[in-house]
Design a protein around this ligand. Structure first.
Ligand SMILES: [Zn+2]
Length: 486
């Protein structure tokens, strides 16, 4: 008797499972463009206007969602945004937005820095955040998302932006446990009420051969765990001070950043007797790296740089920075503090007072965004760092940074400033940036000191520097001083 009652239920369940499991999307292994002929069959659109083969998403929560489920696929879109438009490409996600995070989201947002959402197009949100502008409003761009096995690739305009290999039993913070790969729906959704998102072309290549699925093994360690957890908290893990020196190429730098879950700011050394030494070399340098997915930074060298460039040219960089390691002392000697043979310390206390005064003069006089290699003192004094950086001297530096809105670099290579210095600056409201200042292609490291400081000084996303929007750039608002600052 029992059997008779269970049988129909089992049968029904089998049918339900069959229909859920059945793949009913575009032909596997082939690239299918979404157009009027197959739109209804494969996709469900909501608040989307179709005009001349283009999809217009204007309303908040306008969406295009697949009727089929896929785990592995290649999806490419030709898109355009107008100012204010923000969207997400979701995969491994549920059909409806139930308020619970499920699957992964790729950000679509081309706003200027320090404007709108901090994450920009191509960001694999909360997993491998991208803070670098990779596309601009009112311009067509290509977005490609590939999921093969446990590997996710996101590229914008053919540049790999985010890359992630999902480990077995991926560690997720509370509330994010649903952020894992699964055979599920793909959905493009507008999330802002302003602007318009246009899709000119959308192509999908479904991959359904599960037996061929390659699952990559990945190695994790405690540093990778810290970087993962910071990404999940949307902490801007950015190394703003990297140089293409000692054989390091742009591709190697970008790969290192992707692997470790960072973003990079690549800096050109600009100044007297440097490769970038006037507006014309500056402009051609910027042009040569325009398409690279890194922040574009200017390291202002020596003190003479203020006389070599125009503010308009300098404003082509996303941000500019300098250190206080090169200056002329009261006896007229030009010091370079990292070179023992070019450093003169006649009297320790006098030297420290002079250095503090130079830092103040530079921050007051030069319109820089970040003070890098900060609080560096010559080799012969380094063992007495804590004693020589007295409270009074630290306060003077902190005040100079505050009144000029200059961020303080936490330098991974020199492991400076000290935690005490950083705590003082944080309490005063100074913003921070991370920087490695590598000299070769094998000393990029993994921001070890910065990660330690985040924990020990309790840094949050709000404490961190972000490049200014173009109209807010200091170099444009303040201009350049008429004479060098010493
Ligand atoms: Zn540097």
């Amino acid at each position: 008797m029992l059997f008779k009652r269970i049988l129909p239920v089992l049968l029904l369940l089998t049918i339900v499972v069959y229909f859920i499991a059945r793949y009913n999307g575009p032909e596997p292994g082939l690239i299918t463009a979404i157009d009027k002929s197959n739109l209804e069959e494969f996709w469900k659109i909501s608040d989307v206007a179709v005009e001349e083969g283009q999809f217009h998403l204007e309303k908040e929560s306008a969406s295009i969602t697949s009727r089929f489920r896929l785990r592995d696929f290649e999806l490419s879109l030709k898109m355009k945004t107008t100012p204010g438009a923000v969207g997400q490409l979701n995969f491994a996600t549920s059909k409806r937005n139930w308020g619970k995070i499920r699957g992964y989201s790729v950000m679509i947002n081309n706003s200027d820095y320090s404007t709108g959402n901090v994450q920009k197009t191509g960001s694999l949100s909360k997993i491998r955040n991208n803070f670098i502008r990779t596309a601009a409003d009112n311009e067509w761009f290509d977005l490609k998302i590939e999921v093969h096995g446990n590997h996710i690739h996101v590229s914008v305009n053919d540049k790999l932006i985010s890359e992630y290999t999902e480990p077995l039993n991926a560690k997720r913070l509370e509330g994010l446990t649903g952020m894992v790969l699964s055979r599920s729906f793909i959905s493009l959704r507008k999330t802002s009420a302003t602007g318009e998102m246009l899709v000119g072309e959308m192509k999908i290549k479904p991959i359904v051969e599960e037996e061929n699925r390659k699952i990559l093994a990945i190695q994790t360690d405690s540093l990778a765990d810290v970087a993962d957890s910071l990404n999940q908290r949307e902490f801007p893990l950015i190394d703003f001070h990297v140089h293409l020196k000692g054989g390091l190429t742009m591709d190697q730098a970008c790969e290192h950043a992707r692997t470790n879950g960072f973003n990079y700011g690549v800096a050109a050394n600009c100044g007297l007797k440097f490769p970038v030494t006037n507006d014309s070399t500056l402009n051609s340098y910027l042009k040569s790296i325009a398409v690279e997915p890194v922040f574009k930074a200017m390291q202002c060298e020596g003190r003479e740089w203020v006389t070599l460039f125009t503010p308009e040219a300098v404003a082509g960089f996303d941000y500019i920075f300098t250190d206080a390691m090169t200056w002329t002392d009261h006896k007229g000697r030009r010091l370079r503090l990292w070179m023992p043979e070019e450093t003169f310390v006649d009297n320790d206390q006098e030297f420290m007072d002079m250095l503090t005064g130079k830092i103040e003069a530079i921050m007051d006089g030069e319109p820089v965004d970040i003070y890098v290699n900060p609080t560096f003192i010559p080799a012969q004094l380094q063992s007495r760092y804590d004693e020589l950086w007295t409270n009074e001297r630290m306060d003077r530096v902190v005040n100079a940074l505050l009144r000029n809105q200059v961020a303080l670099e936490i330098n991974a290579r020199y492991k400076i400033p000290s935690i005490a210095f950083i705590r003082k600056a944080k309490a005063a409201g100074v913003k921070f940036s991370f920087g490695t200042n590598n000299v070769k292609n094998d000393d990029l490291n993994r921001l070890e000191y910065c990660l330690k400081v985040i924990k020990e000084a309790g840094l949050t996303a709000e404490d961190m520097f972000m490049p200014r929007s173009r109209p807010e750039r200091k170099i444009l608002k303040k201009g350049l001083p008429s004479a060098i600052t010493g």
